[in-house]
Design a protein around this ligand. Structure first.
Ligand SMILES: [Zn+2]
Length: 324
């Protein structure tokens, strides 16, 4: 079962999280395989890392809305998206056009011409109080314009640039497990477990604590992250550190695959395209078929459905529904 482990280091301005997506991640891949258009292996690995990173980032903030992690590419991978809800339900997909080389990394997949971008969007669940979506964007290269090859480096860069948070991220995914370890330095002001410690962190050696723990984290290999259980990973890395763990999140309260698509949303999207456009498709194909890119579910709208879609609700005969 997929799980999320949260922990802090007692007395130190450092927190961490470890996520392992297993059943939900396998379901994502199985749905796509069933639809007989499986993603190339490097894209599957990227999607798994994005799902793991998305869960870590969502669990790291207090925000009532979806966290959407997107990478826009100028290579064979045009787009990869992971979306994580506040309850840690996640979904992930990608759009691939063209050949993805074996063992391709970020540059060969998404940043062939240096135009690749990574965007993190926070979309409020409730916009009635005027809350606007927030979006931060970073390029897929480092400070010296060197192309980054790992998603973890892009996200570390993003955290530092737009959140001013020192972060160490280790991500890995195969077809069984998508996993990630996040270590973050807590901002000193308002950090609960520091209880009014001195402002100048360097003076009191708190930077050292973060650096030491981040360096330990960086020794974790992909192989270890994918094959060892969370207890073993944390014990091996941090056995000399004052690690304090919180309640494990799994099952209904943990990360899991869930798609938020619905017939109503698809109907809304069709309405947005306009009656002429939709009538044209019905004329040509007899009905409209829309597949969800995240879960593979198919939605069909026959001519009667389409008619109802574009009829105002009050004009419909009793008992019918435009959208159900
Ligand atoms: Zn769906």
């Amino acid at each position: 079962m997929s799980e999320l482990h949260k922990f802090i280091f007692d007395g130190l301005p450092v927190r961490g999280m470890l996520v392992r997506l297993t059943d939900g991640w396998k379901e994502v891949l199985a749905r796509r395989t069933a639809a007989s258009d499986a993603f190339p292996q490097p894209v599957r690995a990227l999607m798994g890392e994005m799902a793991a990173a998305g869960v870590l980032m969502q669990a790291n903030i207090k925000f009532n809305g979806a966290l959407i992690l997107q990478v826009f590419g100028d290579g064979p991978v045009k787009l990869a998206v992971a979306e994580v809800q506040p309850d840690l339900a996640f979904r992930v997909t990608a759009k691939v056009v063209g050949e993805v080389p074996d063992a391709a990394r970020l540059e060969a997949m998404l940043n062939v011409h240096g135009q690749g971008r990574c965007a993190i969007t926070l979309a409020p669940a409730d916009t009635r109080d005027g809350q606007q979506p927030y979006q931060g964007v970073v390029a897929l290269h480092g400070d010296r314009r060197e192309p980054l090859q790992a998603l973890s480096e892009v996200l570390e860069h993003y955290m530092l640039q737009s959140e001013q948070l020192d972060t160490r991220l280790i991500l890995a995914a195969n077809d069984e497990v998508a996993a990630g370890l996040l270590i973050q330095r807590l901002p000193v002001e308002g950090a609960g477990n520091l209880a009014g410690a001195a402002r100048n962190e360097d003076d009191i050696g708190l930077n050292d604590a973060y650096n030491r723990i981040a360096m330990l984290a960086a020794t974790l290999t992909s192989e270890e992250l994918l094959t060892l259980d969370a207890d073993t990973v944390l014990r091996r890395l941090f056995w000399e550190e004052p690690l304090r763990r919180f309640e494990l999140l799994k099952g209904d309260s943990g990360p899991r695959f869930e798609c938020s698509c619905s017939r109503q949303r698809v109907g809304g999207m069709l309405k947005g395209l306009g009656r002429d456009e939709i009538d044209g498709i019905v004329l040509e194909q007899g009905r409209v078929e829309i597949g969800c890119d995240f879960c593979g579910r198919k939605y069909h709208f026959d001519p009667v459905d389409v008619g109802e879609l574009f009829t105002p609700v009050q004009d419909q005969p009793p008992g019918s529904a435009a959208i159900n």
